[in-house]
Design a protein around this ligand. Structure first.
Ligand code: OOG
Ligand code: MG
Length: 267
């Protein structure tokens, strides 16, 4: 993976302002590569890190990271076959069983993920899934509500990375479990929307083992000159495809061994 930056500082700031405006006011914009076809993955991460810098300056607190596009279902749905990472802040967290407003989102979708909370720092390159399991305090079930700021939810890797991996909201719940007491490959999950099953899968869909996605994330962080501090909350990526949600919908993700996570959506 090459993290070469080709855009000027001015272009990075301008693209960041465009993404930030679309996130804040919930409107769709054309994908960034329409204007900058030569944009690289390194440029995408430069825009993402500029966005993080601005949000932190505005008082948002980073609580962790997310891996994205780590399962076949997600790669096929989005047409992008390289995993990505994005940052998570305190403002994106929503309590379990709460009403989540959609008025401040463009076209939200919900997806089931296994989340990790770390107790030791993880540093790449060369981070392995064994390192991740050893550094994990507990795992818990989570639902991520993603919201691409790009028209039609259509993008390429460079654009989605600049848009912070479509991060918008997330809900953790269920039971916190010690990953050393579970087989993290074989956890089944069923997602229901308004009482009907809409998606199902098993955790091995995520790079064979969700801890593998966290290791990949740590190794991407190393390429960006960063590491994963102890106490981080990390989402390992959607197991199934993401399901569109609108006001009036209620969603419940039922995980084997980990319990369930529910929420409803309002205007
Ligand atoms: C990109 C974000 C992917 C996941 O879990 O795969 C993601 C997108 O699909 O909009 O969060
Ligand atoms: Mg996700």
């Amino acid at each position: 993976m090459s993290m070469t930056i080709t855009l000027s500082r001015e272009d990075i700031v301008r693209l960041c302002e465009r993404v930030e405006g679309a996130q804040r006011r919930a409107y769709a914009i054309p994908k960034l590569t329409d204007e900058h076809p030569g944009m690289t993955l390194g440029d995408g991460y430069a825009v993402q890190l500029e966005l993080r810098r601005r949000l932190v300056e505005q008082g948002h607190r980073q609580i962790g990271w997310k891996a994205g596009l780590t399962s076949k279902a997600k790669m096929l749905q989005m047409g992008v076959s390289v995993p990505s990472i994005g940052f998570l802040t305190d403002r994106m967290a929503r309590p379990e069983n709460s009403a989540i407003s959609t008025g401040d989102l463009v076209h939200p979708r919900a997806e089931c993920e296994v989340a990790f909370v770390t107790k030791q720092a993880l540093v790449g390159p060369g981070c392995t899934k064994e390192d991740v399991i050893a550094a994990t305090d507990y795992v818990l079930p989570a639902v991520e509500i993603i919201d691409s700021r790009f028209s039609g939810f259509k993008f390429d890797l460079e654009s989605v990375v600049a848009d912070n991996g479509s991060s918008a909201r997330f809900v953790g719940g269920g039971r916190a479990r010690d990953p050393r007491e579970l087989d993290l490959r074989t956890l089944g999950v069923v997602m229901e929307k308004n009482g009907e099953m809409v998606a199902m899968g098993a955790s091995a869909a995520v790079l064979n083992h969700p801890a593998e996605a966290v290791a990949m994330l740590v190794n991407i962080l190393a390429e960006l000159g960063e590491s994963l501090p102890a106490g981080s909350f990390v989402m390992s990526g959607g197991i199934t495809e993401a399901i569109p949600v609108k006001p009036g919908d209620s969603v419940i993700a039922r995980f084997q061994e980990l319990g369930s996570v529910s929420m409803r959506f309002v205007e």
